[in-house]
Design a protein around this ligand. Structure first.
Ligand code: TXA
Ligand code: MG
Length: 331
């Protein structure tokens, strides 16, 4: 298939380019686009044929539901049967932004979107290209992360090209994603709202607005609350070793002795060693998260056999980053 790569200005998206890709969405085509979290692979949320194509292109298991992206709060009513007060208060605070809410769905939402669940996940992204694309398409847009299933989510157009060029109609290049890990998912269909996937918006941020919430503990592989969380995710080809700050140097020594080709990602702990494939050190959590998946992919490109990643403080946003690190390390 012919894939058109389209560069769009993220600060001031060119309307004629947006209109071109909106038309493609309406015609049942697939468009990869940037959001503030990660790149998404979008299709018209009411077009079952286009959506089934998304699953095929990604190699995504059929039982993993998709997030529906909207540009205006009024669209929630179109998709959800119940819109609890607490959910309304929360989105007033954080939309547009990296927050996804799960609500009881209306019949209009196709089963393929929700993998047969009676709930639907909804998000209003903050990225201007994403918002304009949804607005001009005049339909909600389903979009999983635009990576091949199992690979780290894409945070640059280059990653999307590497994974799915030739398999989708358009790839929009709108620059780097500024958060770099996927949105916080919170379920409002349970008695107490429950965080299914941690992200940039933390439990503490949420509790300030709506009071006590829970964190999903479901480790069950057969009936997980957020079906996507059961799959091995975010994994580069290289093995990922999650190590605490004071053990990093020892681990490097050990792995080098084992003849491993290692890359390292550290947090406020710069280490120079010419035998490393690369070493990156970040001083802020947001820089760590923004670059994480990109560094994973870079390590694979450089044929590293192991990536040593340093733990970050396991609280607030650091907890969300640790969630991704643990998954990548398979722990
Ligand atoms: O930041 C993001 O959320 C990105 C960008 C593109 O918006 N999207 C994304 O989509 O990460 P995806 O498909 O890679 O992850 C969606 C997650 C999965 O874990 C899925 O199981 C969960 O949301 N999910 C979707 N619908 C759900 C539902 N009805 N109930 C529970 N979990 C749901
Ligand atoms: Mg994903």
């Amino acid at each position: 298939m012919k894939t058109t790569l389209l560069k769009i200005n993220s600060r001031n998206p060119e309307l004629e380019k947006i209109n071109l890709v909106s038309k493609a969405i309406i015609c049942g085509k697939l468009v990869a686009f940037p959001t503030e979290t990660v790149y998404g692979l979008g299709a018209n949320a009411f077009d079952q044929k286009a959506i089934s194509q998304i699953f095929k292109v990604k190699g995504r298991p059929q039982d993993n539901p998709l997030i529906v992206h909207i540009f205006d709060i009024s669209q929630v009513e179109q998709l959800a049967k119940v819109f609890p007060q607490s959910a309304q208060r929360l989105i007033k605070e954080f939309w547009p932004g990296p927050l996804t809410i799960v609500l009881k769905k209306k019949k209009i939402v196709p089963k393929i979107v929700t993998a047969g669940l009676d709930s639907v996940a909804i998000r209003m992204p903050e990225n201007k290209i994403a918002l304009k694309l949804i607005k001009q398409s005049k339909v909600p847009i389903v979009a999983p992360s635009a990576n091949l299933s199992g690979k780290p989510s894409p945070t640059k157009a280059r990653h999307v090209i590497d994974d799915i060029f030739g398999k989708v109609d358009y790839i929009i290049d709108g620059g780097n994603c500024k958060i770099g890990i996927e949105s916080t998912v919170i379920d409002f269909t349970s008695k107490v709202p429950t965080i299914l996937r941690p992200g940039y918006i933390t439990k503490e941020d949420i509790e300030k607005v709506i009071g006590k919430v829970e964190i999903s503990k479901s480790k069950s592989k057969t009936a997980p609350k957020a079906p996507g969380m059961k799959y091995k995710h975010y994994s580069p080809k290289a093995k990922v070793l999650l190590i605490s700050k004071n053990k990093i140097k020892l681990e490097i020594k050990k792995q080098l002795e084992n003849k491993e080709k290692i890359a390292i990602i550290t947090f406020n702990n710069k280490i120079e060693n010419k035998d490393l494939v690369f070493s990156k050190d970040y001083n802020q959590l947001i820089d760590y998260s923004k670059n994480l998946f990109s560094d994973f992919r870079f390590a694979d490109k450089k044929k590293a056999s192991a990536i040593i990643v340093q733990e970050v403080p396991d609280q607030k946003f650091g907890h969300s980053i640790m969630n991704r690190l643990k998954k990548a390390a398979g722990s």
